[in-house]
Design a protein around this ligand. Structure first.
Ligand code: DC
Length: 223
């Protein structure tokens, strides 16, 4: 039987950083479901489909065959057999993913891949609906969040440290907009599962969050 950890939460809460580190510490496989949604978005963008054209997204998404493999512990997303990791973080893809991930057919298209990964190995999977929809029987469920102001500040600092320009107010507005869309969409909205443990990382270091998660997992493993 595999042991599954679900981490959900809003954009910028630090889910992927923490999940990656926890996977390393626990010897689990890290599954980044956001990257899968981004790979479909990349395909839709390349097909010239508009983010608001829900009907076209619903019918075209089946043409995107998504699979993943691991190289030195890093998740590689293959779109129709081609590694697209380098294309997943652009503005266009983020904007498309935010719209296309709200389309039921897109979510259905990825569900079986996500579930099958968790069936066959110990995974720590992050996303928006892992604890509520994808892995409702996960052994440990975490809802990782932080205030939108702190998430915006973290993102702002990240841009500045890379020597890029950034506008804090603009970033904050984008984060609030994204939260609103993720939490209020009809299919699989972002919400804390009833049995998920809330971790508010606003005033915690990444190490403290990691420690808290590893403790929860160890306790559960003992049961
Ligand atoms: O976590 P991320 O920013 O890489 O996610 C990209 C997009 O996919 C984002 O708009 C939210 C969406 N997403 C989702 O709807 N469900 C998931 N399980 C993961 C991501």
């Amino acid at each position: 039987m595999s042991f599954n950890i679900a981490i959900d939460g809003p954009a910028g809460a630090g889910k992927s950083t923490i999940a990656r580190k926890a996977a390393e510490a626990l010897g689990f496989t890290y599954v980044d479901t956001g990257a899968m949604y981004r790979a479909i978005a990349c395909y839709l963008f390349e097909q010239g489909i508009a983010p608001e054209d829900t009907a076209a997204i619903a019918s075209a998404c089946t043409g995107a065959d998504i699979s993943i493999r691991y190289e030195n512990g890093e998740q590689i997303v293959l779109l129709n057999g081609v590694n697209v990791n380098d294309k997943l973080r652009t503005e266009e893809v983020s904007a498309m993913a935010s719209c296309s991930s709200a389309v039921a057919e897109v979510r259905q298209h990825l569900l079986e891949l996500q579930r099958s990964l968790a069936r066959t190995q110990n995974v720590i999977m992050d996303g928006r609906d892992i604890g509520t929809t994808v892995l409702p029987d996960a052994d440990v469920k975490i809802y990782l969040t932080a205030s939108s102001e702190i998430r915006a500040k973290r993102r702002y600092d990240e841009y500045i440290s890379k020597g890029q320009e950034a506008d804090y107010d603009e970033i904050l507005a984008e984060i609030n907009e994204r939260d609103e869309r993720d939490m209020n969409r009809e299919v699989s909205p972002l919400r804390q599962a009833d049995d998920a443990i809330l971790i508010d990382s606003s005033y915690m270091t990444p190490e403290e969050v990691l420690d808290a998660i590893c403790k929860l997992v160890k306790e559960k493993e003992k049961e």
